[in-house]
Design a protein around this ligand. Structure first.
Ligand SMILES: Cc1cc2nc3c(=O)[nH]c(=O)nc-3n(C[C@H](O)[C@H](O)[C@H](O)COP(=O)(O)OP(=O)(O)OC[C@H]3O[C@@H](n4cnc5c(N)ncnc54)[C@H](O)[C@@H]3O)c2cc1C
Length: 339
């Protein structure tokens, strides 16, 4: 165990001050289900932990206003079972309850979920003697060391958004649903507060896959805000995984539809399990606008979503699987539209 200091500030402003005072090596900690895990693997090595879980009011869920507002420390399980979310936004409820296990969802927060790190096995099994006992190069963990996944065991790797430095999949389900609904996060930092669209919270790996988020040092997510939309009622989060009880996505699609009869007037589609960041399938959305939702148009949209996909050695199946996941999700959401 590496030594670290531990602080429990009483407000978000005090947390930011504590983070800035601690300097390099500071980390916020919320549910701890991701960060403690990575500390045990010796991948994250924080010198200062700023525990934000006791900040009052930062776990509130507000669904009656003009927007849905989830404070960052709301447990995933609480948001997944909120009555308004369940009734009007199945895309959100399903993205949460199909993630992890009930015990984890009780501990994990909706803010922490957005910032979990990749499950790429070379990222996780490389930090000097883990279960595999080898040290694999990983540009995300150790910039400049190389990427063992490229040309390696790449079944789980991304087919969209990858670079010659990194093919690691963005792991979260919740951000995929949020990106489809044009949600944003509110953050507080040393320079004050600002809003960041979910789509802009994540970076493509490019040549610096170690830089995953656009947060500035010390910026803390305080809330997640989702614009209300009637399309929420006609939505789903469809997740395909190796093990149905709980597992990360091999492919997932978050879909919300505006429809006029059987015709799609507007589709919102997010992709998970297949890309290096929560992915918006804009080509598929454009293909569907003004068209009737039939099995043929749904599958055409699925294929459009993966038109730019590139496979490695073992993950080519994700392209057809992903296309069919999108098509299935569209069919499920459209059926809800009629009910
Ligand atoms: C066995 C297992 C299976 C899982 N399966 C899934 C799955 O299928 N789908 C899925 O989506 N997830 C899955 N997860 C991941 C799980 O959902 C995340 O671990 C969890 O959501 C992280 O939330 P947390 O509050 O525990 O974050 P923490 O572990 O406390 O923090 C995670 C990161 O976010 C930072 N952070 C936390 N809160 C804030 C904040 N408010 N502002 C700024 N930074 C912050 C921390 O510094 C840390 O870097 C799984 C996890 C496990 C262990």
């Amino acid at each position: 165990m590496r030594p670290f200091t531990y602080a429990r500030p009483e407000s978000a402003a005090a947390a930011v001050r504590a983070f800035m005072a601690a300097g390099a090596g500071a980390h916020y900690i919320a549910g701890g289900t991701s960060l403690y895990d990575l500390m045990k693997l010796d991948i994250e090595k924080p010198q200062h932990l700023i525990d934000v879980t006791t900040i009052r009011g930062l776990d509130a869920i507000e669904t009656n206003g003009e927007r849905l507002r989830f404070e960052a420390l709301a447990p995933m399980s609480a948001v997944a079972t909120d009555k308004v979310v369940l009734r009007d936004y199945p895309i959100l409820a399903e993205a949460l309850w199909k993630a992890a296990s009930q015990q984890l969802r009780n501990m994990a927060t909706v803010g922490g979920n957005l910032l979990q790190r990749t499950r790429c096995l070379y990222f996780r099994n490389g930090a000097g003697g883990t279960s595999v006992g080898n040290t694999y190069p990983c540009n995300k963990r150790e910039p400049g060391s190389g990427c063992a996944a490229i040309g390696g065991l790449d079944r789980g790797q991304a087919v969209l958004g990858q670079s010659s430095s990194c093919t690691a999949v963005s792991p979260g389900d919740w951000p995929v649903a949020l990106v489809a609904l044009d949600a944003y996060v509110e953050v507080l930092g040393a320079g004050g507060s600002r809003a960041i669209p979910i789509a802009e919270l994540y970076r493509l790996p490019g040549s610096t896959p170690n830089l995953e988020f656009t947060l500035q040092p010390g910026e803390m997510i305080t809330a997640i805000v989702v614009p209300k939309t009637k399309a929420g009622r006609h939505s789903t989060y469809h997740k395909i995984r190796d093990r149905e009880s709980y597992a990360f996505a091999l492919a997932s699609a978050a879909v919300a539809l505006d429809m006029d009869g059987d015709t799609v007037t507007r589709a919102r589609i997010g992709l998970g399990g297949v890309a290096t960041k929560p992915w918006r399938a804009t080509a598929a959305e454009a293909l569907l606008a003004g068209k009737p939702l039939t099995p043929a148009t749904a599958l055409a949209a699925g294929h459009a979503a993966f038109a730019d996909a590139k496979a490695g050695q073992h993950n080519g199946f994700k392209i057809e699987l992903g296309a069919r996941t999108v098509a299935d999700a569209l069919t499920i959401a459209a059926a809800r539209n009629r009910s």
